[in-house]
Design a protein around this ligand. Structure first.
Ligand code: F6P
Length: 550
């Protein structure tokens, strides 16, 4: 009930504040930036360009308290099985905890196992990076191919890309996720089997896309290497499924385990991050963990109103619940972060794209919106038109780094001037009088001015958060990712949903299993709905024609 009344109070507040323009909020408060920004360990969050005032924040933090965010947070960190539909703890934070920290699951401290796997990864990475790990012809590895999908791909790929400046020459990373053969064909084409190392990453080791690609890679390798025995030198696995890993021909000495309390989309801190460790080295990988640990600590200890992930979650909730926004954009202004939006799509939408609450009821409110994004600077020349003048309100996270790894510093200043300008333009807009003035400078003709005027007005009042990192380092990146993980957690609590299961991915997989053999059936297919039958049969007929004509 406390939650209900906190929500009602927010509704009343929304009714009052909804038409207030942020221009006025800034005009009324010369300390607005200081009031609505947070700085922590090389990461600045400016959230002043949001449709909020101090009352909004205090009502939102009240709601968070009523939803027991702090209790849930403690329950998560202490290893309680908060993922109750899968009867699992949610302990990705334990993967980056200090050596001496103890977290128990079912009465057992998970720390020693976590550190044993980290040590195993370290030993293996050092061997590969130093060239001591050799393939079937005695040569060192030059290419590493990570085969996985979803959480077994997106996190490692995003981090390896972001930390490219930390990678040595002579070791190339590749990521295969798509079951479309075009991807793996393209990658294998440029590789030499004798110097290629495959990491098969699958929590279950049953994911169709991953196992299909892994078998293709194995086949490609054996065509050259000839002996099954050599598979052990070129394939390693990251999985929780020992039996299937062994069946594939991978030595369990080269299997890196993890546990059911690590969700796929939260797994880059586990052995799933092996490709990251190979790319940047064990020392820098531990920096990534340390950054995440610093954010864990911040999240765990800071009051709600000074807590970055909590603030982001409250603002996210505010727009979704009251402004009913349909999407949220993440727009990095750093080329190294180009895969971050795709990574966050899984993290956010697979976690909070739910419509059943913890008690099993259909929710009667909105939960996660569509998360999308791309490189901001490129977006300015494509989709930003809608952000500025479209009919939808799209809250945005701009992300930029202050110091670039690039030598072309002037490029970086151009980038930064653009991200700052975009936040300003979206917030301020350009009202009628300002637009009229600009038009008068450009045109003498009254009719032209009146024609153009309505098209050139920017309403403004479009919200954004800006995150400025000192630089993209392993440590800061760890902080950034953990910040989003905790934001997602808090939003899930506010919506009273379980953020850690993903039943929504099941049905499609199951039906694909039925349809696959039907695609090569002799007889027309009739056991689906008409549309699906029609599509299957069309595919079959045209496939036949194609193979005949070839
Ligand atoms: O289908 C969704 C999913 O289960 C994700 O949650 C997961 O990250 C991905 O597939 C890959 O799963 P696995 O690591 O078991 O191959």
């Amino acid at each position: 009930m406390e939650y209900e009344s906190a929500l009602e109070a927010l509704q009343l507040h929304y009714n009052e504040i909804q038409s207030t323009h942020m221009r006025d909020l800034f005009a009324q408060d010369e300390h607005r930036f200081d009031r609505f920004s947070l700085e922590f360990d090389g990461l600045l969050l400016d959230y002043s360009k949001n449709r909020i005032n101090e009352d909004t924040l205090s009502l939102l933090t009240g709601l968070a308290r009523a939803a027991q965010v702090e209790n849930w947070r403690d329950a998560m960190f202490s290893g309680k099985k908060i993922n109750f539909t899968e009867d699992r703890a949610v302990l990705h934070a334990a993967l980056r905890a200090e050596d001496n920290e103890s977290v128990e699951v079912d009465g057992q401290d998970v720390g020693p196992d976590v550190h044993a796997v980290l040590d195993h990864m370290t030993e293996f990475s050092e061997q590969v990076r130093s060239g001591k790990w050799t393939g079937y012809t005695g040569r060192a590895s030059t290419d590493i191919v990570n085969i996985g999908i979803g959480g077994s791909d997106l996190g490692p790929k995003m981090v390896c890309e972001a930390l490219q400046p930390y990678q040595p020459d002579g070791l190339n990373l590749h990521f295969v996720s798509n079951v479309d053969g075009t991807q793996i064909e393209g990658i294998l084409e440029g590789l030499d089997p004798s110097t290629t190392l495959f990491i098969i990453v699958s929590k279950t080791f049953t994911t169709q896309e991953t196992i299909t690609n892994a078998n293709t890679a194995r086949h490609w390798f054996l065509e050259q290497a000839q002996s099954e025995e050599q598979v052990k030198k070129h394939f390693v696995a990251v999985s929780t499924n020992r039996k299937l890993v062994e069946d594939f021909g991978i030595s369990t000495d080269n299997m890196f385990g993890f546990w059911d309390w690590v969700g796929g989309r939260y797994s880059l801190w586990s052995a799933v991050g092996l490709s990251i460790m190979l790319a940047i080295g064990p020392g820098q990988y531990r920096q990534l963990l340390a950054g995440a640990r610093a954010m864990d600590e911040h999240f765990r200890t800071q009051p709600l109103a000074e807590n970055m992930p909590v603030i982001l979650a409250l603002i996210g909730f505010w727009y979704r619940q009251f402004y009913q926004t349909g999407s949220h954009a993440v727009l990095p202004y750093d080329y190294l972060l180009k895969h971050l939006p795709a990574y966050l799509q899984q993290a956010d939408m697979e976690s909070n794209g739910k419509s059943t609450d913890r008690e099993g009821n259909r929710v009667d409110y909105l939960t996660a919106s569509v998360l999308w994004g791309d490189s901001g600077i490129n977006g300015q020349h494509s989709f930003y038109q809608l952000l500025h003048q479209g009919t939808q309100l799209v809250p945005i996270d701009f992300i930029a780094s202050i110091n670039t790894h690039s030598q072309l510093k002037q490029h970086h200043n151009i980038m930064i001037s653009n991200v700052l300008a975009q936040g300003e333009a979206l917030m301020l807009g350009r009202n009628e009088a300002e637009t009229r003035q600009i038009l008068a400078q450009r045109h003498d003709n009254h009719e032209t001015i009146e024609l153009l005027l309505p098209h050139m007005i920017f309403e403004g009042n479009r919200p954004s958060n800006t995150l400025l990192l000192d630089a993209i380092t392993p440590y800061r990146l760890g902080m950034l990712i953990a910040m989003y993980e905790h934001k997602i957690f808090v939003e899930g609590i506010l919506w009273n949903i379980n953020s850690y299961d993903q039943w929504g991915v099941e049905l499609g997989k199951q039906l694909a299993g039925q349809i696959l053999p039907q695609l090569s059936a002799e007889q027309p297919i009739t056991d689906h709905d008409q549309s699906t039958n029609g599509l299957i049969n069309h595919y079959r007929q045209h496939l036949e024609k194609q193979s005949h004509s070839n």
